[in-house]
Design a protein around this ligand. Structure first.
Ligand code: NDP
Length: 295
């Protein structure tokens, strides 16, 4: 299979690395030195432009910050659209927004190109292990075409519905992640100030009904240790909560909890900047509380 991959960021790189072992891979990255370093390590070809990448590929995969960048890369004389061939499959692994994806899918269908939204979940560790969860929006026949490609880096590959359904699922999942981060940060800060050790509090939560992926994995590994690795930018989670808010608005569902968490994450993004990790929202809670949450 001739696959083209655009967007060798924190999660895109380990995903593409799996494909390099299996497929005939061509990559393109905005910062071209990253693409050269990637191919020197994993063995693949660097395309000079998105157009060149698309002209040689049966499958094109994007993994970019937002749907805006995906749409932008389609356009212009060196854009993907100028190279895509009729019969190609376009898989967008960006955590994007459903409305833009529907627009892009409609546009590509005019060139005989099928579109799938296929955002991923599990973080960089799951991407490295090749066992991401993938949430797919597509018509059934296109989903079946995409499945073997996605199996290159995913384990649970779920068809959620038509184009946009994968992005909607991902946005809601990440809104819940954001809720959990802030709620757990607030609860732990209060417990620590009340005299409970953070490690004991986490152990009790994790054998009780208040547990979550954040309490079981993220906080023990990143907050209690004080290591704060940067694997998933807070700015991207802020974007995801924004998409979830839009979905609630469009469907007429009141969402005061997700709305508030969205407001708090946007504020955290302003305070902490574009490079901060998503867990660093807890640093703002620590700052206000005047105490660190450490094991
Ligand atoms: P990063 O910020 O690490 O990487 C972004 C990638 O997009 C880089 O390759 C960057 O290129 C490229 N890029 C940024 N802006 C542009 C642009 N204007 N034109 C072309 N290319 C551009 O993001 P991640 O890899 O972390 O995330 C990618 C997607 O996956 C996001 O939608 C995110 O929400 C989602 N995701 C991320 C997870 C994670 O754990 N990191 C987990 C699950 C989903 P350059 O090298 O030049 O900066």
């Amino acid at each position: 299979m001739r696959v083209g991959f655009l967007g060798l960021g924190a999660i895109g790189s380990p995903m593409a690395a799996h494909l390099a072992r299996r497929d005939e891979l061509t990559v393109w990255n905005r910062t071209s030195s990253r693409a050269s370093a990637f191919c020197a390590r994993y063995g693949c070809r660097v395309a000079a432009t998105p157009r060149e990448l698309a002209s040689e590929a049966q499958v094109v995969i994007t993994c970019l910050p937002t749907s805006r960048e995906v749409e932008a890369l389609l356009q212009g004389p060196d854009g993907l659209e100028a190279g895509l061939r009729s019969g190609a499959l376009f898989i967008d692994c960006t955590s994007g927004d459903p409305a833009t994806s529907r627009r892009v899918a409609e546009r590509l269908s005019r060139y005989g190109v099928a579109f799938v939204d296929a955002p991923v979940s599990g973080g960089v560790a799951a991407a490295e292990a090749g066992n991401l969860t993938i949430m797919v929006g597509a018509d059934p026949a296109t989903f079946e075409r995409a499945r073997p490609v996605l199996a290159g880096f995913g384990k649970r590959i779920e068809h959620l519905g038509p184009v946009g359904a994968g992005h909607a699922m991902k946005a809601v999942n990440n809104a819940l992640l954001a809720v959990n981060i802030l709620a757990l940060g607030e609860g732990l800060a209060a417990l620590v100030k009340a005299g409970v050790s953070a490690r004991t509090a986490i152990n009790v939560l994790n054998s009780s009904s208040g547990r979550s992926f954040v309490s079981e994995v993220l906080v023990p590994e990143r907050v209690l240790t004080g290591s704060w690795p940067r694997t998933f930018r807070l700015a991207l989670l802020d974007k995801d909560v924004g998409i979830a808010r839009e979905i609630l608005r469009e469907t007429g569902v009141d969402g005061p909890v997700i709305d508030l968490v969205g407001t708090l994450f946007s504020r955290a993004r302003t305070e902490l900047g574009e490079q901060a990790d998503h867990l660093e929202a807890i640093k703002l809670i620590e700052r206000q509380a005047g105490r660190e949450i450490r094991g």
